[in-house]
Design a protein. Structure first.
Length: 217
């Protein structure tokens, strides 16, 4: 290592390759027609009403603390336009597949369990769920419907933390949908800025997904 006359040493470092600024991570997506959808027995919510849901949340918060939920974002394409797979209950309620984690349960393993419970096939063949990036965090500050993509400044004990994960689908797959739900493919342009139709979380997906470069096979 050569030294300069002042006695200081010069360190010659090998350049480190870095991702190009402004580059988008690639994600491969397959057409909706690659997937087969069957049905299975109905899957009912734990709570019979919104009031019952918040009452159970309040009781569980006193025992185990903040509720943790995870949801999967499944992307397919039609005519090279990305669509999100949503569960539809009735005529106006839409949700992402997912649900509550058990106390101490790992987020990724818990989401795999929930995806299997909701969309897993009935013939005993296990679906290989590939859980990708976490693309969003939402918090519920109180025992009330509003959720936010941040913790409000005056809140020290949020009541629920919800994480959204991108799920990488296989090239072909069979899904079994509970009979009381419909699985719909909603295009991003329909979700964008459409909180009245889909709620604030689902309608935010176009912005959250804009950092990816989708490759359509």
């Amino acid at each position: 290592m050569p030294c300069f006359p002042s006695g200081t040493c010069a360190f010659f470092l090998r350049p480190v390759s870095r991702p190009r600024l402004g580059s988008f991570p690639n994600r491969v997506r397959y057409p909706l027609t690659n997937y087969t959808f069957g049905t299975k027995e109905p899957l009912y919510e734990k709570d019979s009403s919104v009031a019952a849901r918040f009452q159970r949340m309040r009781e569980e918060f006193d025992k185990i603390g903040m509720r943790r939920t995870v949801e999967g974002v499944l992307i397919v394409h039609e005519h090279r336009l990305p669509h999100v797979l949503l569960l539809q209950l009735g005529t106006t309620f839409f949700k992402l597949p997912g649900g509550e984690l058990n106390p101490g349960e790992d987020e990724v393993e818990g989401l795999k369990r929930l995806m299997t419970e909701i969309l897993g096939r009935q013939d005993g063949v296990l679906q290989d769920w590939v859980i990708d990036d976490c693309i969003g965090n939402w918090w519920r500050p109180n025992f009330e419907p509003p959720q936010y993509p941040y913790i409000p400044a005056h809140i020290t004990k949020p009541k629920e933390h919800k994480k959204l994960f991108l799920v990488q689908l296989q090239e072909k797959a069979l899904f079994a949908v509970p009979k009381n739900y419909k699985l719909v493919a909603a295009p991003l342009f329909e979700l964008y800025d459409n909180a009245p139709g889909y709620g604030p979380i689902i309608s935010s997906l176009p912005q959250l997904l804009s950092r990816f470069n989708f490759i359509y096979n």
